[in-house]
Write a protein that binds this ligand. Structure first.
Ligand SMILES: Cc1ncc(COP(=O)(O)O)c(C=O)c1O
Length: 458
């Protein structure tokens, strides 16, 4: 595209598009919205010709195998020529093939249900909980527990199950039947305990919550394996096995939201696989096809699936759900090619190695700058929590985190941060570079951070 054509595109964007999570008032003046025009590997180029290292895989943890993967584009092209779409009430070649390949990575899981966003995949899981409450009883076992720092999506049901005050504010009233559980952030333990001398109160709190709500009313628990947008919170090893045991005891379905961690981000295929348990349902979206096509999956055990089997003359006893674009074949075609790349290039191993290297380098920064209160994460999914004072752990104002991210942008590195999600804890910087990241890219991210922290400490 010529410069004149790109200038026209920016104008078209400015006059016609409504961007996500964006206040447009500044664009009434001379400021222009960012328009991204190209990507290759881990770098993107904007309409001004500025090249950035993308340390957040497409801004929101998505382009896991990096930009410009011709083989995914070709797989999608070939599939679209053959068959672009048919409703998900029927199967398709890539849909069948990807489901088998995916389940091969998820021992204990049995079925894949396709839709087209993380929010939607979660809504499907909620509908499964609620319908099962009717199929197995009188419908009362419908309540779904979520955690106060987790995010599960943007639709009203998914937002009702999200615990982030500012993210939800002004969008109520919310759907009833969602109940909030405290988070498991050891850095700010909601129970005032310390790991090592605690009884994993954060996990046991689920049992008290179920008892308070009445076990006959609680049908599901939805948890991120590692809380993402809520501040990169990694549970302690004991956490999920305790949660699993409580769910079993009260006949509650355990749903793990892998929309961010799914497909390699943490160094295993799924975030939950770092812990010793098997979920009942797993949802995934972003990294499934690395953004080359829209796709999400709600994966269940065969046991969950089997409960929907009945005499076909029963008009109510099957999953009466549909997702029009869940029938698009581009998604599973891209997902298959994406998975092949992860396997062929040993990207899970790379994530483990580079994740360790990245975390070591973040700890070096922590030694240097007292504004860094906590370093946490797994694999190529890391966070830095910023504080005014290490002793009191008072969080910095969101504007400080925004300033650090802005300075990194000036250095040519795009990083993420908890963004207007909470009343006070919008103080975590987030990093999720593509799974192909090498030492030089990690060093580049660290250098940008170093300069940025140095400029605000000066
Ligand atoms: C953990 C988690 N679940 C669900 C979603 C919603 O996914 P989508 O934006 O595709 O609807 C997100 C999006 O950021 C997420 O981080």
């Amino acid at each position: 595209m010529s410069n004149a054509e790109i200038t026209k595109v920016v104008q078209q964007d400015k006059e016609n598009c409504w961007h996500h999570l964006t206040q447009h008032k500044p664009f009434d003046g001379d400021a222009n919205p960012m328009v991204v025009v190209e990507g290759e590997g881990m770098r993107i180029k904007d309409a001004n010709g500025k090249v950035f290292l993308d340390a957040v895989s497409g801004g929101v943890w998505t382009v896991n195998v990096g930009y410009g993967r011709e083989e995914i584009a070709k797989a999608v092209y070939e599939q679209l020529k053959k068959l672009c779409y048919f409703a998900g009430s029927a199967g398709s070649i890539p849909g069948a093939q990807f489901a088998e390949a995916l389940l091969d990575k998820m021992p204990g899981m049995g079925r894949v249900y396709y839709s087209n966003s993380g929010s939607e995949a979660n809504e499907k899981a909620y509908k499964i909980v609620r319908q099962l409450a009717h199929l197995k009883g009188d419908g009362s076992k419908h309540k779904i527990v979520f955690r106060d720092r987790d995010y599960h999506g943007t639709t009203i049901g998914a937002l009702s199950s999200t615990g982030q005050f500012e993210r939800k504010n002004q969008y109520g009233p919310f759907a009833p039947g969602f109940v909030e559980l405290a988070n498991c952030n050891c850095y700010r333990c909601p129970f005032g305990k310390e790991y090592g001398s605690c009884d994993i109160e954060c996990a046991h709190a689920l049992e008290s919550l179920i008892q308070n709500e009445g076990p006959e009313n609680v049908g599901g628990v939805v948890l991120e394996p590692i809380t993402a947008g809520g501040g990169v919170i990694v549970p302690v090893p004991e956490y999920f096995p305790i949660i699993r045991e409580i769910c079993d005891r009260y006949d509650v379905l355990l749903h793990i939201d892998e929309v961010v961690c799914g497909l390699g981000r943490t160094g295993k295929w799924f975030g939950y696989q770092h812990f010793d348990f098997t979920p009942d349902m797993v949802t995934m979206a972003k990294g499934v096809a690395s953004g080359y096509a829209g796709i999400s999956c709600t994966v269940t055990t065969e046991k969950v699936f089997d409960q929907f089997k009945a005499d076909p003359s029963d008009r109510m006893h099957y999953f009466r759900d549909i997702s029009t674009f869940g029938g698009c074949t581009a998604g599973p075609a891209a997902a298959l090619a994406n998975m092949e790349i992860i396997i062929r290039e040993n990207l899970l191993d790379n994530v483990v190695k580079m994740g360790d290297y990245f975390q070591d380098r973040l700890f070096e920064l922590k030694d240097k700058y007292s504004i860094i209160g906590d370093v946490r994460g797994k694999g190529l999914f890391q966070g830095l929590e910023l504080v005014k004072d290490r002793a009191t752990k008072e969080p910095v104002d969101e504007s400080v985190a925004a300033g650090v991210a802005g300075n990194c942008g000036k250095e040519g590195v795009i990083i993420g941060r908890t963004n207007r999600s909470f009343k006070e804890f919008n103080n975590t910087l987030c990093f999720s570079p593509a799974l192909i990241a090498g030492k030089s890219e990690i060093d580049e991210i660290i250098d940008a951070l170093d300069k940025s922290f140095a400029s605000i400490s000066a």
